[in-house]
Design a protein around this ligand. Structure first.
Ligand SMILES: [Zn+2]
Length: 417
């Protein structure tokens, strides 16, 4: 896969052209900002004289880079190298304190990672077949494309993190700050994780990875600095965005974990047998409601499968927690409508969808007891009748059929046809 922004002479050349085409050259990127390399270029359009000047600057920069004698081109080229993380400070700010240089060194390492992960999305998107960003199944149909993206991302991550380490080592040595480098970046993305993150973040995926996987500083300038490589769980990577993006990424990953095998083929339906101990911990969320087995039913014009149990019952019926647990998420998304997610002491997640309103009965972080009201039955989101959709996720992130859970626990009534 081709990557943009390799710090080669072409990109420097092009950027010098952009930079030189304006009288006021300034970088849009302040220290520590997470956006990609970008410049605000104020026009007037270049006249003949300016064009000649640009050509001159370019030829100078090109001929003598990196030790160009032409001051303008040299400064412009230095600014580009700074923005790409290849140098940690500019000639113009040579009076930095050691602490400022420490901060600048980590910021430079951060930029290195960001630029190294600058995927050529336009090229990659061409490998996708019948891609619709709103349909999970399209991600599995494109399993091989996501598999190659994951491989490429993982290689880039390792390479970029090694460069980060070198940048830090060089800059801190120059500032006479002791550095202990420890370990290396360990996170490896699977195709499912890649697809789920891409589903939510799109082409911002590389920025999200740079934010969450970049080297972190421990220690101080005086006592010495230690490099720490974070090894975040999927949830922590997805949490780089908004709360809704985190929940969507989790739902997409659970879906891909459940419905598709590693090679992208559809996983057969399997029935899980719950332990007697576990079955004793559950109860009916809307007592009296008929529990329907709608597992794998087609949804959204057969573009995705139904992964849960529907329990039809009248509007505003109290929804009771199936188990004890902690409220992980309360929110709204287009398909679930108003939802509440509760994790029980065994690590199972219960997803309650289509609630009448954004729940005021519980808030995130609350501890709930089995049978406690957590919301009211509604028909929000992708729903055409008042009902509770209940989803159940195993501790390893796979949806299980709540219908199996209830029948094995002897909880009903259940619909048998
Ligand atoms: Zn449902």
């Amino acid at each position: 896969m081709k990557r943009l922004f390799q710090p080669n002479i072409i990109s420097i050349l092009l950027s010098v052209l952009i930079l030189a085409s304006t009288a006021s050259i300034r970088s849009a990127k302040a220290e520590g900002e997470s956006s990609n390399l970008s410049y605000f270029v104020s026009t007037p359009a270049a006249g003949d004289e300016e064009e000649t000047q640009i050509a001159e600057i370019l030829s100078n920069a090109c001929a003598s880079e990196p030790n160009t004698g032409a001051d303008t081109a040299s400064l412009a080229a230095e600014r580009i190298r700074f923005d790409e993380g290849l140098i940690s400070h500019l000639s113009s700010d040579g009076k930095q304190s050691r602490n400022q240089r420490l901060i600048a060194a980590f910021a430079a390492a951060r930029r290195v990672l960001e630029h190294s992960l600058d995927v050529d999305w336009s090229g990659w998107n061409k490998t996708l077949v019948d891609f619709r960003s709103d349909v999970y199944d399209c991600y599995a149909q494109n399993q091989s494309a996501f598999a190659s993206l994951a491989v490429s991302m993982n290689i880039d991550l390792q390479r970029a993190c090694a460069t980060c380490g070198k940048v830090l080592s060089r800059d801190l040595r120059a500032a006479d700050i002791p550095l202990t480098a420890t370990g290396r970046q360990e996170t490896q993305l699977s195709w499912r994780q890649c697809a789920a993150l891409y589903y939510v973040f799109g082409e911002d995926l590389s920025n999200v990875l740079a934010d969450t996987l970049c080297v972190q500083q421990e220690g101080s300038m005086i006592r010495g600095v230690t490099i720490r490589w974070p090894n975040p769980a999927f949830d922590q990577i997805a949490a780089d965005g908004t709360k809704e993006q985190l929940v969507e990424a989790k739902l997409a990953l659970y879906y891909l974990n459940t419905v598709y095998l590693e090679d992208g083929t559809v996983a057969p339906v399997s029935t899980v047998t719950f332990s007697k101990e576990y079955l004793a911990t559950v109860s009916h969320p809307v007592p009296g409601g008929i529990i329907k087995n709608g597992w794998y039913d087609p949804r959204s014009h057969r573009t995705r499968l139904h992964i849960g149990t529907d329990i039809r019952i009248s509007a505003k019926t109290p929804i009771l927690a199936v188990t004890d647990g902690v409220v992980l998420h309360v929110g709204y998304l287009p398909i679930p409508g108003n939802y509440v997610v509760v994790r029980d002491p065994y690590g199972y997640e219960y997803h309650y969808y289509h609630m009448y309103e954004l729940s005021t009965f519980v808030k995130e972080g609350d501890t709930v007891r089995q049978g406690q009201q957590i919301g009211r039955v509604g028909s929000t989101g992708n729903s055409v009748a008042y009902h509770l959709h209940l989803g159940l996720v195993s501790p390893d992130g796979v949806y299980l059929n709540p219908y199996d859970l209830f029948t094995q626990a002897g909880i009903g009534p259940v619909q048998t046809n």
